[in-house]
Design a protein around this ligand. Structure first.
Ligand code: ATP
Ligand code: MG
Length: 428
């Protein structure tokens, strides 16, 4: 036998049932997808679907040259046929904005959009951190007032409720506007220069390129220094402060609690004003389940006419891990009926009956491959179906079927039902 070929490290399979190597079963994904669809529809968001491969330049310009993503996490490659510089997208906002500009979706109109799909980052794989992972992203364009920022946050609070999650806390910060950030940056560089001797390699590299990110350090030795750094909050002008107060007022008015985290800067360069993260205590270091904020400069940065934007992304793997950690029941989509049959006439009749029952809106598994009634019933039980429908040649003759309840109240009970009434009986 030849050697088997393995999947790629950090890129996971989702199987119908969880295993050690594939712990997030497809049933959990489907449950999540279903709740998310209803949730987005309730808020009037429309789906956008963009390609997984984009130009490298899109992220260099859109995410920022001096970010972790662009510096060291992108799957970048050259198209061997035409030499184009391409990447597997590391996030969804830049591609969404590119598509909106390209198709003229932002001229004199607002947009509320969402997308979902795989993202790719070359990180060290661990629980809650993968090289192919999935996001649900939500973006709203053309809204500059704080109600739009608040809608993003409130939507997520609503999703946690719909999913039955409780262990999530909201952190909030404001990054001000470009001029305020420039003034703060100057003060920050001066402060960091005074502490240059203790900066780690990342810190030294970022001192002049991205000093705000130095404060976002995960190095405990630097956190005390970061805590004492000049705060952007002290550099905010009237308009930025009023915007942030506006966001907080909306949250307060519906009882959403939050903590202000002055060091919350987010890993992408495009944010301004509001930034936020929802974190959990249940997933160790991979604590952030959803994150987002305002990015009023991004559309222009990518070549469009200026247009404000605000959005967030949810990490689906982390969310499913949290659903499991919190013991949320995720009902699997079990069949309504498993069709058991024996005999040549019964085999043909069952084949046709399965189609009729499905056309009547039922979920039906038709037994295939023959075997004794006993072995077929075993498979019926294992399928999780509510009923077994049993047909032998005698039932074909009488135009009936035996209906046996497999799960729930009255399990094991068996009755004979005319074929014409079967769908209604199963549904009742
Ligand atoms: P982190 O600080 O954990 O690296 P990030 O700031 O890089 O996160 P974003 O770019 O804001 O993450 O992405 C939004 C969300 O996507 C994150 O909050 C997280 O839930 C999820 N996410 C990001 N990177 C990964 C990954 N490598 N594996 C799984 N989920 C991820
Ligand atoms: Mg990251």
């Amino acid at each position: 036998m030849s050697k088997t070929i393995q999947g790629i490290r950090g890129m996971n399979d989702a199987l119908p049932i969880a295993t050690k190597d594939a712990p997030l079963p497809s049933t959990a994904w489907l449950y999540f997808d279903g709740v998310v669809r209803d949730w987005l529809a309730a808020y009037g968001y429309n789906q956008i679907r963009t390609p997984i491969v984009e130009s490298t330049a899109l992220f260099v310009r859109g995410v920022g040259e001096h970010t972790d993503i662009v510096e060291k996490e992108m799957y970048a490659f050259e198209d061997s046929l035409n030499g184009e510089q391409l990447v597997l997208r590391p996030e969804g906002t830049a591609g969404c904005v590119r598509a909106c500009i390209e198709h003229g979706l932002l001229y004199n109109q607002t947009q509320r959009l969402w997308y979902t799909g795989p993202m790719f980052r070359h990180e060290r794989p661990q629980k809650g951190r993968y090289r192919q992972f999935h996001q649900v992203g939500v973006e709203a364009f053309g809204f500059e007032t704080p109600d739009a920022d608040a809608e993003m946050i409130v939507m997520l609070a609503d999703l946690w409720q719909r999913l039955g999650l409780t262990d999530l806390a909201l952190e909030l910060n404001t990054l001000g506007d470009a001029a305020e950030r420039a003034a703060h940056r100057e003060a920050l560089i001066a402060y960091l220069e005074q502490h240059a001797d203790i900066l780690d390699e990342d810190g030294k590299r970022r001192l002049y390129t991205n000093p705000l990110r130095v404060l976002d350090t995960k190095n405990p030795a630097l956190q005390v220094m970061a805590e004492g750094a000049p705060k952007l909050a002290d550099f905010l002008g009237e308009a930025s402060r009023a915007h942030f107060d506006g966001v907080k007022a909306y949250l307060d008015s519906v009882g959403i609690t939050y903590s202000i985290n002055h060091r919350l800067v987010r890993g992408l360069d495009y944010y301004n004003r509001t930034v936020f993260e929802w974190t959990t205590t249940k997933l160790g270091a991979q604590a952030t389940v959803a994150a987002g904020g305002r990015y009023d400069g991004l559309v222009e940065q990518l070549g469009g006419k200026p247009c404000p934007g605000v959005g967030f992304a949810i990490g689906i793997e982390r969310l499913i891990l949290l659903l499991e950690a919190e013991g949320v029941a995720m009902p699997a989509d079990a069949p309504d009926a498993y069709l058991v049959h024996q005999g040549e006439a019964a085999d043909r009749a069952a084949f046709a009956l399965a189609r009729q029952l499905r056309a009547a809106g039922l979920k039906v598994v038709l037994h295939a491959g023959g075997g004794s009634f006993k072995s077929q019933f075993k498979k019926a039980d294992a399928s999780g179906a509510r009923f077994a429908v049993v047909i032998g040649d005698a039932e074909v003759e009488a135009r009936t079927a035996n209906l046996k309840r497999l799960v729930g109240e009255g399990g094991g009970e068996q009755i004979t039902v005319p074929l014409a009434e079967l769908a209604a009986r199963i549904r009742a």
